[in-house]
Design a protein around this ligand. Structure first.
Ligand code: AMP
Ligand code: ZN
Ligand code: FE
Ligand code: FE
Length: 283
């Protein structure tokens, strides 16, 4: 009978091959139905190119679709990923800023490939030649290195040569997090701070920083994420409650690019209902 039951909960953080996931929005929608989700948000890095396909596939698979994005930002010198939901796709100021981020990402990718190619036989073509990728990043360099047999998988390529302390590494343009929150709000959306205690970072975000972001209009925080370090979470959960922030749970699915499984972390339908009441573009 399980196949007759409606899905339970939402996975609010997924990536398709339009950024650095390895599956199409259509495949994500099919997988969402297969794992028993009520719905999912597509949150590709700095692009909304996958929305239309995801929306149509979600309807076909009878799961609910929430339009989203994961924006490359920084706050007080630290890299922060900001999830934006329900934004108006015609908002000029937000998408002008995202356009600058994408152009900078391509420039940065070319320079990183130039550095890596000194020691590993890869070309820019190997990295971005295939597919309709809208937002490029280090995962695409990793995938080219894996395809050439240098590393077993994406994670190994990151651990060996693509991490931030590597001589091949270059940072990329990021929008100030408070400015990004303002742009998302103006575009009719809500903002959620992604993976606030990701184990790859030096430390969890400080609660004083969370308070600053809340004062700028942050709506929620992704307290349930596979890469959040459990021992870093108590002050963050406490700050979220004190500051009146919503809390979400999501898998950060990247297809075969990461071990994170779709639907392994979920957000309750009631939270999504409150989110949808707040935004311009809820489906
Ligand atoms: P970039 O924005 O180009 O600097 O690349 C960051 C992306 O790489 C994020 O989407 C991360 O999920 C992904 N990433 C970072 N570290 C790893 C890792 N160790 N294994 C797989 N993906 C990673
Ligand atoms: Zn990613
Ligand atoms: Fe992220
Ligand atoms: Fe992500």
């Amino acid at each position: 009978m399980a196949h007759l039951l409606a899905g339970v909960g939402f996975d609010l953080h997924t990536h398709s091959a339009f950024s650095d996931g390895t599956t199409s929005p259509t495949e994500i929608a099919a997988e969402a139905a297969a794992v028993g989700l009520a719905g999912f948000a597509l949150t590709d890095h700095d692009t909304i190119t996958g929305w239309e396909e995801a929306r149509a596939a979600a309807a076909a698979h009878r799961v609910s679709f929430l339009p989203g994005i994961e924006i490359t930002t920084k706050h007080n010198g630290a890299s922060r990923h900001l999830l934006g939901y329900g934004i108006d796709p015609a908002h000029g100021e937000l998408f002008a800023a995202l356009g600058e981020v994408q152009v900078a990402r391509l420039t940065r990718l070319k320079e990183m490939v130039r550095r890596v190619a000194v020691d590993y036989a890869i070309t820019l073509e190997d990295v971005v030649g295939a597919g309709d990728v809208a937002t490029v990043g280090r995962p695409h360099i990793a995938d080219a290195l894996v395809a050439k047999g240098y590393f077993a998988d994406r994670s190994t390529a990151f651990e060996e040569i693509l991490h931030p302390r590597s001589p091949y590494y270059l940072g990329t343009l990021a929008i100030d997090t408070r400015e990004a929150i303002r742009l998302v709000t103006e575009a009719g959306g809500v903002s959620v701070l992604a993976h606030p205690a990701a184990f790859r970072q030096r430390a969890a975000i400080a609660t004083t920083d969370i308070a600053e972001l809340a004062a700028s209009g942050l709506w929620g925080i992704e307290t349930d994420h596979p890469e959040n370090r459990a021992d870093w979470m108590p002050p963050i959960v406490e700050a979220a409650a004190r500051l009146g922030l919503e809390t979400t749970g999501s898998s950060d699915y990247h297809g075969a690019g990461k071990p994170n499984r779709l639907g392994a972390h979920r957000t309750q339908a009631a939270v999504v209902a409150r989110l949808r009441e707040r935004v311009t573009n809820p489906q």
